[in-house]
Design a protein around this ligand. Structure first.
Ligand code: ZN
Length: 118
């Protein structure tokens, strides 16, 4: 797994330093989502700023990527297949808060600007 591809618009990014490249349109975060059926699976979430959709995904041991839910940032979605409150709803607020919270050295200004436009 060295590339992520948005299932909605097919925009792709190389994962290495993806969150910090100024021209990157995908921000990836660990939001600690736990699937009820597969609690050991490490599910991450990314936001594609090319189309403003979020996607939950997991990397398989064979290097492939499994994509799960994809939804628009302002859509009210409910994930009954995940444990706890973090997995029950649209994760846009979580990912937005995370980007703002960890931007203490302004390395994420390129994403803050994109967030401000929404
Ligand atoms: Zn996209």
């Amino acid at each position: 797994m060295n590339k992520l591809e948005c299932p909605n618009c097919n925009h792709s990014e190389i994962i290495e330093k993806m969150n910090y490249r100024k021209d990157s349109k995908i921000y990836m975060a660990k939001l600690f989502l736990v699937q009820k059926e597969n609690p050991d699976l490490v599910v991450n979430t990314f936001m594609c700023f090319a189309c403003n959709h979020l996607t939950n995904f997991a990397g398989n041991v064979d290097g492939t990527i499994e994509y799960f839910e994809t939804y628009k940032y302002d859509k009210d979605v409910k994930f009954d297949n995940y444990h706890d409150i973090h997995g029950e709803r649209n994760q846009f607020d979580s990912i937005k808060r995370m980007i703002i919270d960890i931007n203490f050295d302004n390395n994420l200004d390129h994403f803050i600007k994109r967030l401000d436009k929404l």
